[in-house]
Design a protein around this ligand. Structure first.
Ligand SMILES: NC(=O)c1ccc[n+]([C@@H]2O[C@H](COP(=O)([O-])OP(=O)(O)OC[C@H]3O[C@@H](n4cnc5c(N)ncnc54)[C@H](O)[C@@H]3O)[C@@H](O)[C@H]2O)c1
Length: 287
């Protein structure tokens, strides 16, 4: 028996990065997956997002583990599209036990306009609400809802600083709202014992971190910084002095939160940050 044997989990942003890692880790522990991803770029977001081929690869990796997956191209900003994807997934897989709302963008850069601010919020916050909205009618009592925030939600000025422009402010705003939303949604769902938790990663070794935009964010002193240049600054985010964690390290936390091992864990802000928060904010947390 796997740790999430025969559970069905709905994951947004599942084509690559952390979303794919969650799909594969959960499948390796017995889950079936409903996967959605935009599989297209967003104009204000200055690095490429996932492709149809990436989503196909997630499908292949889950099926290789002997589990089922229903994959759809959908934008988390489109509530109707998410509802349709979840309904189709539930019709095929028979149930829904958990949601991992984690699709995201980071449209950073000082040259950006207010549109980047809005896009960060509509994807990174509204997208989480839409995923929950789509899933809720299908979730039984005792289900699990997981939303991905960021250490940006908890450490002021880590992303919302002038070097990152309006998109950085939007990203941090959205992630703070995710933290608040999880707290209050957990309260609302107490009578049904549906637990709701946020995962707040530090730097993660994915496409979001490995792009010119992010290298510039970490090395604003250089005009065209490379990954090698950024690698000297990445470790400042963590407490352990490592540059980043791997998507699989975040998947370990998601697996715990989806599994029954966390059946009495709700309303938590779970940092997977190699000690970055306690290094930067040595006082007691607000949440
Ligand atoms: N990588 C990091 O350093 C880091 C740090 C903290 C938090 N996070 C958060 O982790 C989550 C996952 O990001 P990642 O690191 O895997 O990056 P990623 O860019 O590799 O993956 C994000 C995925 O979301 C998808 N996506 C983007 N906009 C979408 C939309 N509108 N509708 C549907 N899908 C959409 C992308 O196509 C992509 O597959 C995000 O919420 C991100 O903010 C990442």
């Amino acid at each position: 028996m796997g740790r999430v044997q025969d559970k069905v989990v709905f994951i947004t942003g599942a084509a690559r990065g952390q979303g794919r890692a969650h799909a594969v880790r959960l499948a390796s522990e017995g889950a079936d997956i409903i996967a959605v991803d935009l599989c297209a770029d967003i104009p204000t977001n200055g690095y490429p997002l996932a492709t149809e081929e990436d989503l196909d690869e997630t499908v292949r990796e889950v099926e290789k583990l002997g589990r089922r997956i229903v994959a759809r191209t959908a934008d988390v900003r489109d509530s109707a599209a998410l509802k349709a994807a979840v309904a189709e997934g539930v019709a095929e897989l028979g149930r829904l036990d958990a949601v991992v709302a984690q699709a995201g963008i980071a449209p950073l850069g000082p040259q950006q306009t207010a549109q980047a601010f809005i896009d960060a919020i509509t994807v990174d916050f509204n997208g989480v609400v839409h995923a929950v909205e789509a899933a809720l009618p299908h979730l039984p009592d005792g289900a699990s809802i997981v939303a991905t925030g960021s250490i940006a939600a908890l450490i002021p000025a880590s992303v919302d600083n002038p070097a990152n422009g309006p998109g950085g402010l939007g990203y941090s705003f959205a992630k703070r709202q995710v933290a608040s939303f999880v707290h209050d949604l957990a309260t609302v769902l107490l009578p049904r014992r549906i637990r709701v938790n946020a995962v707040h990663p530090t730097n993660v070794n994915t496409g979001m971190l490995n792009c010119d935009l992010m290298y510039r964010s970490f090395r604003p002193d250089l005009e065209n910084p490379t990954r090698e240049d950024a690698l000297t600054s990445f470790p400042a985010t963590t407490g352990f002095g490592i540059p980043y964690v791997e998507p699989e390290n975040i998947a370990d936390m998601v697996l715990f939160l989806v599994s029954d091992e966390s059946k009495y864990v709700s309303g938590m802000q779970m940092r997977v940050d190699a000690g970055g928060y306690v290094k930067k904010r040595p006082q007691l947390p607000t949440f």
